[in-house]
Design a protein around this ligand. Structure first.
Ligand code: SF4
Length: 443
């Protein structure tokens, strides 16, 4: 039987049977060990050279969406929020003091959670602390926002700080799907947020959208994509919803019987990809899209796209420092994740102690394989050393047989229509995968 074709992609379910990581790092967070990494974090901070980017984690939301896998909790306990922010201020001081004075911060990102679940003046105070404690000559500020709570006071703060990039949690415009995932937000809220951000000086707005949601089909997804394009999203991230209620308890509220099956998910992803391309968006990696001229789309075209814990990025800084509970720092020689439990994080950071409690040291082999994986996912091709190629040939054979990859001497090149299989192809070079289902489906 001929395999089915959906838009530009051909459905090979046998190639998607194995769950694979999203590869926002290599080794992935699944390989992190529980250990006190404060000394490694200390040494790595002292050894930083050149530019760094900062990520600040705000683990609070006004309402908790049922599908969400983020480390976040309700923002209604103001004393808890205040003490978390106090701890974050302490961590800013502790981390900045260890950096050599020549180190400059090029980008500052606020994520969560929903950073706009705190008060706008609290974000302004955090920015002040960053500017006082770090060397920040020309920072590029970005922020993740919940459109439902983007108040005029928040827009004033965004303009005052000079935030120029924002990412809105949208997921779907369809009211029935919204109700089924516990995130009801009228289209007008989103349109108002976009207008407000534009007039506040934000020049790059991303919409996070999802396929594979309950009651969603091709037509429902198409309507959401058309709305996103009509509202002028500069970037769109189209993620597949991963239903893993055994790992994320809040997802138990989602009726699994209404979820599309894998074939329907693949079809939605394929048609969604084609629809966004038809609407003029440039594909970026395997699940992002950018208007031509947007920094991410330009990076994809120029071959400078990168992948870090924030996903696909045009950020070229070699070091990413994560501040706040759960935040991960990416050093050349190690990944260090801060204490996940916000109560313990508050105690440690408030005592002026570094809070790295999980992570892994990166070996030369990790660097080599991680470079291959990042190149495949970001540039669609990678130089493969002879020994890696020999070891990988058998596992790559099914992809080669279906025309999804080709070789040009020692260069492995992903072919047109390989996007849904990119993570699975990259996983061939992952020395840690043992085959068990710990990750989401590639589609
Ligand atoms: S607003 Fe965002 S971070 Fe908060 S619960 Fe919903 S999806 Fe998760």
């Amino acid at each position: 039987m001929q395999p089915e074709r959906f838009a530009d992609w051909i459905y090979h379910p046998e190639l998607l049977a194995q769950a694979v990581p999203r590869y926002t790092s290599y080794p992935t967070a699944a390989e992190f060990n529980e250990q006190d990494l404060a000394q490694d974090q200390h040494d790595a901070l002292k050894a930083v050279r050149g530019d760094v980017s900062l990520y600040l984690h705000i683990p609070f939301c006004h309402e908790i969406c049922w599908y969400c896998g983020c480390n976040t909790s309700a923002a209604n306990r103001t004393a808890r929020v205040a003490s978390y922010l106090d701890a974050l201020h302490c961590e800013i001081v502790a981390v900045s003091r260890l950096l050599p004075p020549s180190v400059r911060v090029s980008r500052i990102a606020f994520g969560g959670g929903s950073p706009n679940a705190i008060q706008p003046h609290e974000l302004v105070r955090l920015v002040d602390a960053l500017l006082v404690n770090f060397r920040v000559p020309w920072p590029v500020f970005s922020i993740e926002l919940d459109p439902r709570s983007l108040t005029p006071a928040w827009l004033t703060a965004i303009r005052g700080i000079g935030i120029i990039k924002a990412s809105l949690g949208v997921q779907t415009f369809d009211p029935r799907v919204q109700a089924a995932i516990g995130r009801v937000q009228p289209r007008d809220d989103i349109a108002r947020a976009v207008d407000g951000l534009r007039t506040s000086g934000v020049d790059s707005i991303n919409f996070d959208l999802m396929y594979g949601l309950p009651f969603q089909d091709d037509a429902v997804l198409a309507q959401t994509l058309d709305e996103a394009a009509a509202l002028g999203a500069d970037r769109i991230a189209l993620f597949g919803y991963a239903h893993v209620p055994h790992m994320i308890a809040r997802q138990r509220r989602i009726d699994a019987s209404e979820l599309p099956d894998q074939r329907a998910r693949f079809r939605m992803a394929a048609h969604g990809h084609a629809r966004l391309v038809d609407a003029g968006y440039q594909p970026v990696g395997f699940d992002h899209f950018g208007k031509p001229g947007d920094g991410l789309a330009q990076a994809a075209l120029a071959g400078t796209l990168r992948r870090n814990f924030q996903g696909f990025t045009d950020d070229q800084a070699p070091v990413l420092l994560g501040l706040g509970s759960t935040a991960i720092s990416q050093f050349d020689g190690a990944f260090v994740q801060n204490e996940k439990n916000t109560g313990r994080y508050r105690m440690l950071a408030s005592a002026g102690v570094l809070t790295g409690r999980r992570g892994t040291v990166r070996s030369n082999e990790d660097h080599r394989r991680g470079g291959v994986i990042e190149a495949l996912l970001c540039r669609g091709e990678a130089q493969i050393d002879a020994d890696l190629r020999t070891a990988a040939l058998a596992r790559l054979a099914p992809f080669a047989a279906r025309g999804l990859i080709a070789w040009d001497n020692d260069r492995l090149i992903l072919q047109r229509g390989s996007e849904p299989y990119a993570r699975s192809i990259a996983a061939v070079f992952d020395a840690y995968r043992s085959g068990e289902r710990r990750f989401s489906s590639a589609v």
